[in-house]
Design a protein around this ligand. Structure first.
Ligand code: HEC
Length: 147
């Protein structure tokens, strides 16, 4: 059972190297980037947000106060692979909700932090379900109940 979890973890990390919104989990592993123009600023930020989220989850599981070290406010300005995706009102509304959820998590008392953490993961998920469904399986790895 533990091995299966481990493999899921490796898969999640490997799949980070695949292109943005496409659901490319089955692509060949040796293709580090499927985007011929290189990875966008937003894609790189998203990967950092994912890894930061994993660290926050670990800290919370140990009862430690989480440190958010990713520049999450850049979600408003980072250039996307498909710029129109990050230019819509929908995108900006979800980005704002995400930003608020990070600020609330940072301010949360230790015993309430997991609840705020979950709200942050929901904020990731809400935007992704609406405009960028490819990475939703990866984002599920961040969910608190998963272990
Ligand atoms: C406001 C909408 C929005 C929010 C909120 C959001 N994302 Fe994203 N995410 C995107 C878009 C758009 C892309 C595609 C970026 C690109 O290709 O330039 C993306 C891409 C990704 C990718 C794929 C990156 C790659 O190319 O390898 C991952 C993983 C990801 N997001 C995880 C997260 C996580 C984790 C959170 C929350 C901590 C989050 N996202 C919050 C819109 C959002």
């Amino acid at each position: 059972m533990n091995n299966i979890k481990y493999l899921f973890g490796i898969g999640a990390i490997l799949s980070l190297f695949f292109f943005a919104c496409a659901d490319t989990d089955n692509q060949a592993v040796q293709q580090a980037s499927l985007n011929p123009n290189g990875d966008s600023e937003l894609a790189l930020l998203m990967r950092a947000m994912f890894l930061d989220g994993m660290q926050v989850k670990e800290a919370l599981k140990k009862g430690e106060k989480p440190e958010i070290s990713v520049e999450f406010e850049k979600i408003h300005s980072a250039k996307a692979t498909e710029p129109e995706k990050a230019a819509s009102d929908t995108y900006h509304a979800f980005a704002l909700a995400y930003e608020q959820s990070v600020l609330a998590l940072q301010d949360a008392a230790a015993d309430a932090a997991p609840v705020y953490y979950d709200q942050m993961v929901s904020a990731c998920m809400n935007c992704h379900k609406a405009i960028c469904p490819g990475p939703t399986m990866r984002i599920q790895q961040l969910e608190w109940k998963r272990e």
